[in-house]
Design a protein around this ligand. Structure first.
Ligand SMILES: [Fe+2]
Ligand SMILES: [Fe+2]
Length: 282
């Protein structure tokens, strides 16, 4: 059994965010975040600068003219998108060791996370969430299973036993993790979000992504991630050891959604994943 110390060790082993990314999160998290401040920080990081310019000049944004300055890119992309991109880059670094590790296929897992990110954002758009918040839906989807990466890295043998149980039996994932490890990936993910000082809302979203607590009629970030996660399992988009299941009817009801409506909203998912992949991975 993992004890409390081992769990903390597991979280400790997750690399800290680069100073640039940490700074960007801090600036973007402020009320009235200033573009100038952000530009100043980004300019100190040549890799991120190059990525942002590449992103803004990709077909995804369809700019009529090539954008050459980082200042202009930040103004055009907006503070939130820049934050999202910086964080995505940092997260991607955690997935860099591609390929299979035992039963765990990193490439399929990354696709699951991207699928969940893109799906959450599509749901936010469809449910008329304010455009300024769309990126939060994306990033929460991208990070929801980050606890698994920590388990895989820090407790490979113990975690391999969990995967074995999941592959054979019909025990629920969180239950199997709690039983065999003394903690689950949702809780560990929340601790990582705290360590990275991302936001309390995001931490809560990660903690509750399998069982979102009741939170009103509007589509919250955690409800979007919950739905998008199940959709990925149902449609076999990537793989993350979540068995296909039905959406909780109470959640559908509360949000005035049906399975058919969700399928319709998420129709462009595969194409959008492809686009997200192109700019995140290049
Ligand atoms: Fe999960
Ligand atoms: Fe997941």
């Amino acid at each position: 059994l993992l004890d409390e110390n081992k769990i903390l060790l597991c979280v400790d082993n997750v690399p800290t965010l680069s100073p640039t990314v940490a700074k960007i999160l801090q600036i973007a998290g402020k009320m009235n975040a200033s573009a100038d401040e952000l530009i100043h920080v980004i300019k100190l990081d040549p890799v991120l600068t190059a990525k942002l310019l590449k992103l803004i000049n990709s077909v995804y944004y369809g700019m009529p003219q090539k954008v050459l300055s980082i200042g202009r890119a930040v103004v055009l992309l907006g503070v939130n998108t820049v934050k999202n991109l910086a964080l995505s880059t940092a997260v991607l670094a955690n997935f860099q060791r591609k390929g299979k590790q035992g039963d765990f296929d990193m490439t399929l897992f990354w696709k699951h996370c991207l699928g969940c990110a893109v799906g959450s954002k599509l749901l936010a758009k469809a449910k008329k969430v304010n455009r300024l918040h769309w990126e939060e839906y994306f990033i929460a989807g991208l990070l929801h299973d980050i606890g698994k990466v920590a388990l895989l890295e820090s407790q490979p043998e113990e975690y391999a036993r969990v995967l074995e149980v999941l592959r054979q039996g019909d025990e629920e994932e969180l239950q199997a993790e709690d039983r065999l490890l003394g903690a689950n990936h949702a809780r560990i993910g929340q601790l990582i979000a705290e360590k990275w000082k991302i936001s309390d809302e995001l931490g809560e979203c990660i903690a509750e992504h399998h069982h979102p607590r009741e939170d009103g009629k509007d589509l919250s970030v955690k409800a979007a991630v919950y739905l998008s996660n199940i959709n990925c399992a149902q449609k076999e988009i990537g793989f993350s050891f979540l068995r296909p299941r039905e959406y909780d009817p109470a959640v559908l009801d509360r949000l005035d959604l049906s399975e058919e409506r969700i399928d319709e909203i998420l129709m462009p998912l595969e194409d959008e994943i492809h686009v997200a992949r192109v700019f995140l991975e290049s």
